[in-house]
Design a protein around this ligand. Structure first.
Ligand code: HEM
Length: 448
C-alpha cells in the first residue's frame, strides 16, 4: 500500500460528483466535543474513525471545524496541495504575540516561503553532524548529574538538555556570563508559550490585544532585550564566517533581493526555533525512554548496538517512538477556497487536519499498530505519507533532521552510561500539555 502511495500520480477525480459540505462526524455540541478532545483526543480519534471512516468532521471551540483525514492518498493531496489554498500559518495565530509577525510558523504563501528559504540551509541534514560533538558533551554532562537509585522524572531533565543544545547550536552562546540570563529569560518565555492559563486569554482577547497586557509585555520585552543584544554582538563579530551556530548563519543570510534579515526577522525566527524545537524534542526523548524501559529486551539490543558503534537500531527506535507516540497528533491546513477532497467539496474556511495519530495506527500500513516494534523500520524505511510525525509538504518540520540527530545523541549517551528501569509498573498514558502529548508521569524511571 505504501509503495502505491509513494509512486501514485495525483489523485484521480472520483467518478461521482463531489458532495458539497462536510463529511459526517460526532453530533455532540461543540463544547462537549472540545471537552472530550482536550482530555481524550486519541480515544475520540479512534472512535470517530471506527464510526465514520477515513474522513470525518469534529468541531472544536476556538479552532473552528476540523475535517480529519487519515488515508495516505488524502494526506498526500493535502501536503502537496497549493500553499495558496492550504494555509498553515493562519492556524498558528495564537503564537503571533510571542513569536512575532515574521515567524515562519505564522506566515503563509510568499512571505512564508521567503522565511523558510532563509532558514533551510542551517538545517540541512549534513550540517547536523557538525553539532554532534556539542550535543554529545551536553547530553553526557547532564546525564552524569542525574540522581540514581530513586524514582526520577525524565521529562524536565530532557527539557534541560534540549534547552542547552538550542542555546549552543541555535543561539551560539557559549560565554557563561551571557548564558545564564539568557537561559532564565528563555525558560520564562517557554513557560508563557506552553501555559494554558496564558494561552486561553490569548484565544479570548485575540492576539493583537494581548500584546498590550503589561505583565505579558514585560516578560516578552525582557527576552527581546537579551536577544537583540546577542544579534548586535553577532553582527559585529569578525569571525562570522567561521561560526556554525544558526544565529550566525541567519545574520549572514540574504533575501532573494540581496538584503539582510532585519533585526525583527532574526528575533522572531530564533524564538520560533526555540518554541518549535525545545518541548517537542524533549517529549519525544521522554517517550523513547518510556517505551524502551517497558521492553527491556529492546533496550538491551539498543545498548549492545550503541556500544558497538552501530546506529541502525537506534534510528529505528526513534522512528518507531515517533510513530507510536507522536508528540503532535495532527497538523492543520485552513482552506482559502473550496477544495474537493475524498469525494467532498469542502467549503473555504474549513480546517483540513491530516491525523498523524490515525495514519500511524492504521493496521493496513503498520501490522500490530499498537505494539512498540522498532524492527519494523529495519525492514522498511518510513514512507513520506505514512510516517508523518513532522507533518509534510512545504510546511514539513524544519528541524526534523536536527531533532532526530539530537535524539540519537541523547539516547546513545543515556544507554551507554546508565541502566534504566521503570519507576511504576504500567505504561504511561499520553497527557496533553498545550499542544504536545507527553507521558502522564513525565517518563518516571530509576537509573543505576
Ligand atoms: C521530535 C521533535 C519535533 C517534532 C515531533 C516536530 C513536529 C513538527 C510538526 C508536526 C510541524 C508542523 C508541520 C506541518 O504543518 O506539516 C513542525 C513544524 C516546524 N518545526 Fe518541528 N518538530 C520537532 C522538532 C523541531 C526542532 C528541533 C526544530 C528547530 C530547531 C523545529 C522547527 C520547526 C519549524 C520552524 C516548523 C515550521 C515549519 C513551517 O511552517 O514551514 N521542530 N514541527
Amino acid at each position: 500500500m505504501e509503495a502505491a502511495v509513494e509512486d501514485a500520480a495525483p489523485t484521480a477525480a472520483p467518478a461521482a460528483p463531489p458532495v458539497p459540505g462536510l463529511p459526517p462526524g460526532p453530533r455532540m455540541p461543540r463544547a462537549l466535543q472540545t471537552a472530550i478532545w482536550s482530555r481524550q483526543a486519541q480515544w475520540m480519534l479512534r472512535q470517530s474513525r471506527a464510526r465514520f471512516g477515513e474522513m470525518f468532521t469534529i468541531k472544536i471551540a476556538y479552532e473552528g471545524t476540523w475535517v480529519m483525514v487519515s488515508d495516505p492518498e488524502l494526506v498526500k493531496q493535502v501536503f502537496t496541495g497549493d500553499p495558496r489554498t492550504f494555509h498553515a500559518g493562519e492556524g498558528n495565530d495564537v503564537l503571533r504575540p510571542f513569536l512575532g509577525d515574521n515567524s515562519v510558523l505564522v506566515l503563509d504563501e510568499k512571505p512564508h516561503i521567503g522565511q523558510r528559504r532563509l532558514l533551510l540551509p542551517p538545517f540541512h541534514g549534513e550540517r547536523m553532524q557538525g553539532y554532534g560533538e556539542t550535543m554529545t558533551e551536553i547530553a553526557a554532562r547532564e546525564i552524569e548529574s542525574w540522581p540514581t537509585g530513586t524514582p526520577h522524572k525524565l521529562r524536565p531533565r530532557m527539557q534541560a538538555i534540549t534547552l542547552e543544545i538550542i542555546l549552543e547550536t541555535v543561539f551560539g552562546v557559549h560565554d557563561k556570563e551571557r548564558l545564564e540570563p539568557l537561559r532564565v529569560a528563555l525558560r520564562d518565555f517557554l513557560d508563557l508559550t506552553t501555559n494554558p492559563a496564558v494561552l486561553l486569554p490569548v484565544l479570548l482577547v485575540g492576539p493583537e490585544r494581548v500584546r498590550s497586557i503589561p505583565t505579558f509585555r514585560k516578560r516578552i520585552d525582557r527576552v527581546d532585550a537579551l536577544i537583540h543584544s546577542e544579534i548586535a554582538e553577532r553582527r559585529a563579530a569578525e569571525d562570522l564566517e567561521q561560526r556554525d551556530d544558526i544565529l550566525s548563519m541567519l545574520v549572514a543570510a540574504r533575501h532573494e533581493d540581496g538584503s539582510p534579515m532585519s533585526e525583527a526577522e532574526i528575533r522572531d525566527e530564533l524564538l520560533t526555533l526555540l518554541v518549535a524545537g525545545h518541548e517537542t524534542t524533549a517529549t519525544a526523548l521522554s517517550w523513547a525512554v518510556e517505551r524502551l524501559v517497558r521492553h527491556p529486551e529492546k533496550l538491551e539490543r539498543l545498548r549492545a548496538e550503541a556500544l558497538a558503534g552501530e546506529d541502525a537500531y537506534l534510528t529505528a527506535t526513534i522512528q518507531e517512538t515517533l510513530r507510536l507516540r507522536p508528540v503532535i497528533v495532527l497538523v492543520i491546513r485552513k482552506l482559502t477556497e473550496p477544495v474537493e477532497i475524498g469525494g467532498y467539496e469542502l467549503p473555504a474556511g474549513t480546517r483540513v487536519t491530516p491525523s498523524i495519530y490515525l495514519v500511524h495506527r492504521d493496521p493496513a500500513i503498520y501490522p500490530e499498530p499498537d505494539r512498540f516494534l522498532p524492527e519494523r523500520f529495519l525492514e522498511r524505511p518510513p514512507g513520506t505519507y505514512t510516517w508523518i510525525p513532522f507533518g509534510g509538504g512545504v510546511r514539513r518540520c524544519l528541524g526534523a533532521a536536527f531533532a532526530q540527530f539530537e535524539m540519537q545523541v541523547v539516547l546513545r549517551e543515556l544507554v551507554k552510561r546508565r541502566q534504566i528501569a521503570p519507576a511504576r509498573p504500567g505504561s504511561e498514558r499520553p497527557f496533553r500539555r498545550a499542544i504536545t502529548e507527553t507521558p502522564r508521569h513525565d517518563a518516571e524511571v530509576i537509573l543505576s
